[in-house]
Design a protein around this ligand. Structure first.
Ligand code: MN
Length: 235
C-alpha cells in the first residue's frame, strides 16, 4: 500500500471510529495533510462520517479548492481544515466535531481543562472561538477562508479550540493523534461536568503534570489506535 493509500485508509478509519465513539454523528469531519505535498489535504466529500469510504475522500489545496476537477459536493466547512493547515505547519490531521459534552464549555465561562492524565493535551485553559466577535450574527458555520483563519488564530499553538454555539476542532501530528485527542476531549468534558456537579473544589492537572502526561501518552498512541481501527474496519 502506498503512503497516500495508507493515509486515506486512516482518514476512513478515523471517520468511522469517531462515529462509533459518539464524537461525530451525521456531521463533523476528519482530514489529513498530504504526506508529500504539504500544500494539499484529504477530506471526504459531503457525507456522514460513518459512511465514508476511500472513494469518497477528495484532495484539496490549502484555499480549500477541490483538486483534479472533482465535481462532487464538498463540506461547507472545509475552510476549517485548509486554514488550520496554513497556520500550523506542524499539524498533519484535523477533526471538527459537535460532540455533546463539549458544547456546554463552548457556551460557559467555565474553561475546559484537563481533569485526568489522558487529556494532558488540554493543558492550560482551552480557548473559545466566538464567530460573532469577528463576523457578527451568522448561521455559526465556518463558511469561508476568513472565518477559518479567525478560528485558526484562536486555536494558536494549542491542540484543541472550542467554538461557541457549535463544537470544537482538534489538531494533531498524525491521524491517530487527532482521533485520540477528539475522543478524549469529549470524555474529559463529560467527566469535568460530573466533577463540577459534585459541588466541591475541582483540582485539575497543572501545566507540568499535563505536559508530562501528554508526552507519555504520545508514546502509546498506537495501542488504542490499532484497537479502534480494527473495530472500525475489521482489520
Ligand atoms: Mn460544524
Amino acid at each position: 500500500m502506498t503512503d497516500v493509500a495508507a493515509l486515506i485508509e486512516d482518514v476512513v478509519a478515523g471517520n468511522r471510529i469517531l462515529a462509533q465513539q459518539g464524537v461525530l454523528d451525521g456531521f463533523g469531519h476528519v482530514s489529513a495533510r498530504h504526506p508529500s505535498e504539504p500544500g494539499r489535504y484529504f477530506l471526504s466529500r459531503s457525507l456522514a462520517p460513518e459512511l465514508v469510504t476511500a472513494d469518497d475522500v477528495m484532495l484539496y489545496d490549502l484555499d480549500s479548492n477541490v483538486q483534479n476537477g472533482d465535481a462532487r459536493r464538498p463540506y461547507l466547512e472545509r475552510f476549517i481544515h485548509g486554514e488550520i493547515y496554513k497556520a500550523r505547519p506542524d499539524v498533519m490531521a484535523v477533526v471538527h466535531s459537535h460532540s455533546p459534552s463539549v458544547i456546554p464549555f463552548a457556551a460557559s465561562s467555565i474553561k475546559l481543562r484537563p481533569i485526568y492524565h489522558m487529556s494532558g493535551f488540554l493543558r492550560g485553559e482551552t480557548e473559545v472561538f466566538d464567530i460573532r466577535d469577528h463576523f457578527g450574527c451568522t448561521d455559526m458555520l465556518v463558511r469561508n477562508a476568513a472565518q477559518g483563519a479567525a478560528l485558526a488564530a484562536t486555536l494558536g499553538a494549542r491542540g484543541v479550540a472550542l467554538m461557541r454555539g457549535h463544537g470544537f476542532v482538534a489538531v494533531g501530528g498524525s491521524v491517530p493523534e487527532v482521533i485520540y485527542r477528539a475522543i478524549y476531549t469529549e470524555l474529559n468534558a463529560s467527566m469535568q461536568q460530573r466533577a463540577i456537579g459534585l459541588g466541591g473544589t475541582v483540582t485539575y492537572l497543572d501545566e507540568e503534570e499535563a505536559a508530562l502526561a501528554e508526552a507519555t501518552n504520545r508514546g502509546v498512541l498506537e495501542r488504542p489506535w490499532l484497537m479502534w481501527k480494527k473495530k472500525a474496519l475489521g482489520h
